[in-house]
Design a protein around this ligand. Sequence first.
Ligand code: NAP
Length: 514
Amino acid sequence: MLPYKHEPFTDFSNKENIKAFNEALEFVNSQLGKEYPLTIGGEKVTTDEKIVSTNPANKEEVIGIVSKANKDLAEKAMQAAVTSFETWKKFNPETRAHIILRAATMLRHRKHEFSAYLVKEAGKPWKEADADTAEAIDFLEYYSRQMLKLKDGIPVQSREGELNQFNYIPLGVGVIISPFNFPLAIMAGTTVAAIVSGNTVLLKPANTTPVVAAKFVELLEEAGLPAGVVNFIPGSGAEIGDYLVDHPKTRFISFTGSRDVGCRIYERAAKVNPGQIWLKRVIAEMGGKDTVLVDKDADLDLAAASIVYSAFGFSGQKCSAGSRAVIHQDVYDEVLEKAVSLTKTLSLGNPEDVNTYMGPVIDKAAFNKIMSYIEIGKEEGKLMTGGEGDAAKGYFIQPTIFADVNEKARIMQEEIFGPVVAVCKAQDFDHMLEIANNTEYGLTGALLSNNREHIERAREEFHVGNLYFNRGCTGAIVGYQPFGGFNMSGTDSKAGGPDYLILHMQAKTTSEMF
Ligand code: NAP
């Protein structure tokens, strides 16, 4: 098998690629409005109550109609997962990995089709959708190879007449709860890590993006995944989330989403409920308030570009989005001006158009929340560009920069999860680092600097899970920059890294005397 290498991004300056992507969009447009059932123990279940998934760029357009699980169906899915765990855990790890590798190949062949679903259902511009699909392929490829590495355990010492072994075995039934912002990559990555390790799962995707998840579940089935290994139960987190988290048969929860929901899950999972004979494990990857620092001797064009693209890629709806920029006072005015000019060149519009840089935000609730933060921003800083929203057809918000914001202001502290960046002036490098570490989060960060001493200090003192130098703070790649944050950004699971699969397994030591 070839060694792991990340999936390249599609070059959309190439006419052939543009044509192929437009054909994929045409195909997906011909599929709109289809119905998608739940999958429980291999059985397709259609419910009366539905989730109607709509296009955030055109809210009248229905992407798909998805059956919706309630507590009874969640219970049925749990029983199916418990039963299938008994057989799936005994599958040879190589067989499990090969099924996932086959799914990776199939996904690669249908890359543009999946990306086109992301354009339509999540409002991702082409480049962002393509990166999401590439990341999903990477997770499948990477975790399969990780499983092959771990399948025989890790060697330990044995004395004479003794054989000691250290092996990893799966945990049991996992509940996978995924967010809307990487509806393919995170949903697929968290699911596949769990199942390739020998667990069975209940998969609950975000309510706003269930269609792309349904397509992925179909793909796993086509790749030969046995029934009952992935039980697909889209539904409302508020309605079935607690039930799944509290369930005594839930062995682990793999959650990616907001701080508040993550904390709720973490707390509830700690309680041992009647019939439960283990302590649940929780992988919780949560929010961020990520900072781009600009030192006085940085490349100022690179600094402005790093601020802008980290803030506004996918409309700022990334946990890694650079939603704060802290600039040394000596270069503050110049960098700010460059960032504002660059932002004014960004196109906002329909993500189906190859030339669109920024599409909509995900839904009405997100639109309202972000617009209310823009109002707060007007009180807390100076509006330099943007500030307007338009929810007539879809949920569009201009890329927005606030300058001269106090380091403790709300827009410097709270996750907005939209195209809004707060810019703050720092006196010196010490002050920059102090501001960088002054939130409750610790996910990503970037330092633009040509000062070696400052780079080394930041390497030690800038307390984030993913720190980047002389580039933006988004765009971690599986197997290259394992991803996860400190403090209230979560349990630092480092998705796409060498320690990740082990979180889904437990180690068993055996010792035999001869
Ligand atoms: P969210 O509102 O927290 O939702 C995430 C998932 O949790 C959804 O599937 C949601 O279902 C479900 N959920 C809601 N209430 C629940 C409950 N009581 N029990 C169990 N599950 C429940 O987050 P989001 O808006 O989709 O995603 C954005 C957030 O995710 C941001 O904070 C972002 O920073 C974070 N994020 C973090 C990472 C990371 O790696 N650290 C990566 C991506 C995103 P419904 O959709 O049905 O509500």
